[in-house]
Design a protein around this ligand. Structure first.
Ligand code: PA5
Length: 450
């Protein structure tokens, strides 16, 4: 299959950027590439995603597809249990490709539910009530195996499955995706005989979408994980150091966003004109937020979905403080065609568009928005693809992952740790009285006067 490379356009950043800085960042990236290949940099123990697309054996993809087919055959619903990097990648791809009304169609394979990504009692209660009436199976995904949110959800669902089907059949309906040897989930999976997949040691959560973490749920949802990997592989090969920084899309994106940052643009909004991309944006926000936001550094990653948010965030973007830049994911062609009908009364004045496709109107909204934001002082990077499909999403995933690593190193932070995530957990465990936290419990209770 011939793959069309993603395109990227920096024209609408030129007026805001210092050309010398572009050059300096480019030279630094050449050094960063060498260090990443030699595994000689901060966080190098988590660089396993770098060559994951080319090194994932086809046999593993076949095995994932076979497991997915078995689960699809006996499930009306499939519950993906995980949080952060252990669910956002799967949801990003599934939502990008899915019929947005899939939840209302029962004939298109299992409907995908997500659990363990929040601690809402109502959410989980209502999900169990729904599952009382339907056949389902689950993937429990946790690298550490001890994260509170997915652990709580899995307890509930494991018990629910065992009550519904009995222990033996419940075990056939649970797939555990976790560390190869460590952690509570690995131990439980061995005891109970669950089918398991490994999250490689050298791949962190937010870089794990192209491991079974993302691939199994995507396959269960009915999408082509081989095509996804093919797209990622294409981008991996395209960005190899020997191809030069100037030809490397990920390097160019990292260079331009960092050059904007040094000019005071410290907030980046990932924008799209397609509601299918809402969760892709959530995945991207986690990738960049957790990778860059540390040591009081980093570009703040935000998201907006247009044209919806042009009627809410549009005002701020157009006229608020001038520290924002946008990265637009632009998709040229829609999957389906729908023209605007003629209306004899023409009270809404839309007859001038009669016969035009809705996508044409959307494209004009996109072009008009880009010009308006540019005129309002918002630089815009444009990433373009012809269609929203597995191959292009595979390219896009790898592109953003690699650019994120380069960006973290340009900022001089370790892009692969997330020490700040522990702060809320420490307080929550102290408040809950988790054994081993007695001193912290006393301190926090005294602080809150409880
Ligand atoms: O990117 C990360 O490392 C995090 O978002 C984790 O994926 C998230 O905290 C879930 O961790 P775990 O997979 O260990 O349950």
């Amino acid at each position: 299959m011939e793959i069309q490379r993603l395109k990227i356009d920096f024209t609408n950043t030129q007026a805001f950027i210092n050309a010398q800085e572009l050059n300096d960042f480019g030279q630094r990236i050449a050094g960063i590439q060498q260090n990443m290949e030699a595994l000689d940099c901060a966080g190098s123990e988590f660089l396993g995603w770098q060559h994951l697309p080319s090194q994932t054996p086809d046999a593993m993809l076949d095995d994932l597809v076979a497991t997915a087919q078995k689960l699809r055959a006996k499930s009306e619903f499939f519950v993906v249990i995980g949080i952060g990097g252990s669910y956002l990648g799967a949801r990003a791809i599934i939502d990008s490709l899915n019929n947005p009304f899939a939840a209302y169609h029962s004939d298109a394979g299992p409907r995908i539910l997500y659990a363990g990504n929040n601690l809402s009692e109502d959410y989980h209660y209502r999900m169990l009530k729904l599952l009382d009436k339907h056949d389902y199976s689950v993937a429990v995904i946790s690298k550490s195996g001890t994260t509170t949110e997915p652990a709580v959800a899995f307890r509930l669902l494991k018990q629910h499955l065992e009550n519904k089907y009995g222990k033996a059949e419940a075990a056939q309906r649970i797939v555990a995706i976790t560390d190869e040897s460590k952690g509570a989930l690995r131990t439980l999976a061995s005891q109970e005989g669950y089918k398991t997949y490994v999250i490689p040691d050298n791949v962190g959560g937010r870089y794990s979408v192209l491991t079974p973490v993302g691939l199994l749920p995507i396959a269960v949802a009915g999408f082509d994980i081989k095509a996804l990997m093919q797209g990622a592989r294409f981008m991996e090969q395209d960005c190899l150091p020997q191809n030069g920084v100037e030809n490397n899309l990920a390097a160019q994106y990292a260079i331009y966003r960092n050059a904007l940052h040094t000019q005071g643009f410290d907030k980046e909004i990932l924008i799209n004109f397609n509601p299918a991309l809402v969760y892709f944006t959530e995945w991207w926000k986690q990738l960049y937020g957790e990778s860059e936001g540390k040591e009081h550094k980093g570009i703040f990653p935000a998201g907006a979905n247009f044209t919806t948010d042009l009627h809410s965030m549009g005002q701020y973007i157009q006229e608020g403080p001038r520290r924002l830049f946008e990265t637009l994911i632009s998709v040229e062609k829609s999957k389906h065609q729908l023209g605007i009908p003629k209306d004899d009364s023409d009270l809404d004045g839309l007859n001038y568009l009669q016969g035009s496709n809705i996508e044409y109107v959307n494209q004009m909204a996109e072009t008009g928005t880009v010009l308006a934001h540019l005129d309002g002082g918002v630089p815009i990077i444009k990433v373009m693809m012809e269609r929203l499909n597995e191959v292009n999403l595979g390219q896009l995933i790898y592109f953003f992952e690699l650019a994120c690593a380069y960006s973290g190193y340009l900022l001089e932070v370790n892009p692969f740790d997330q020490p700040g995530v522990e702060a809320y957990k420490k307080n929550m465990f102290a408040l809950l009285g988790k054994p081993g936290n007695e001193t912290e419990t006393q301190k926090i209770r005294a602080r809150l006067n409880i």
